[in-house]
Design a protein around this ligand. Structure first.
Ligand SMILES: N[C@@H](CCC(=O)N[C@@H](CS)C(=O)NCC(=O)O)C(=O)O
Length: 154
């Protein structure tokens, strides 16, 4: 869940906002997904249009809310949540009925996030030579005698 720490929100006024606010762009598919979801759930959102064509997402004011400069962004009583799937997961927890995202799917998203993070970490931390050795070792221990060794990437 990408929820910004209050100290990372540089546009401080939004920390005082009450209720649910959605920054969106009319032609953005991630925003459309959220507007459809909120409509189906009957969730009352105050919409704030950020015109991507006019680069309103690149202003200091908006970057102070979403440092990635992307829409959508949700504000819930001063909490800032970015990433459309995280916003949906957050809203599904807050408004469980009618259930639109079954628990099993939400769990799958969480697992995907963990895997994505750990994969990025593994790629960043392990030198490629080590990965090559790992591949060789597993070939030996598994006795894949005719397995072709991968060529190490320099
Ligand atoms: N992973 C993000 C993607 C958000 C995203 O890429 N939003 C696009 C609109 S669909 C955007 O804000 N683009 C502005 C830009 O790239 O300058 C999410 O799901 O919220």
């Amino acid at each position: 869940m990408v929820e910004l720490a209050a100290s990372d929100v540089l546009t401080k006024e939004v920390l005082q906002w009450q209720g649910l606010h959605l920054f969106h762009f009319i032609g953005s598919s991630c925003s459309q997904k959220l507007r459809i979801y909120a409509g189906l759930k009957n969730i009352d959102l105050t919409l704030h249009h950020i015109n991507l064509v006019k680069r309103e997402n690149q202003t200091d004011w908006y970057m102070g809310i979403n440092p990635r400069g992307l829409v959508p962004t949700l504000i819930d009583d001063g909490k800032v949540i970015i990433e459309s799937n995280d916003i949906i997961t957050y809203l599904e927890k807050k408004f469980p009925a009618p259930e639109l995202i079954p628990l099993i799917v939400r769990m799958r998203w969480v697992i995907c996030c963990i895997l994505k993070t750990s994969c990025t970490l593994i790629c960043a931390l392990l030198p490629r030579g080590f990965l090559y050795q790992l591949a060789c070792c597993s070939a030996v221990t598994n006795n894949y005698s005719n397995m072709k060794m991968p060529v190490p990437v320099k």
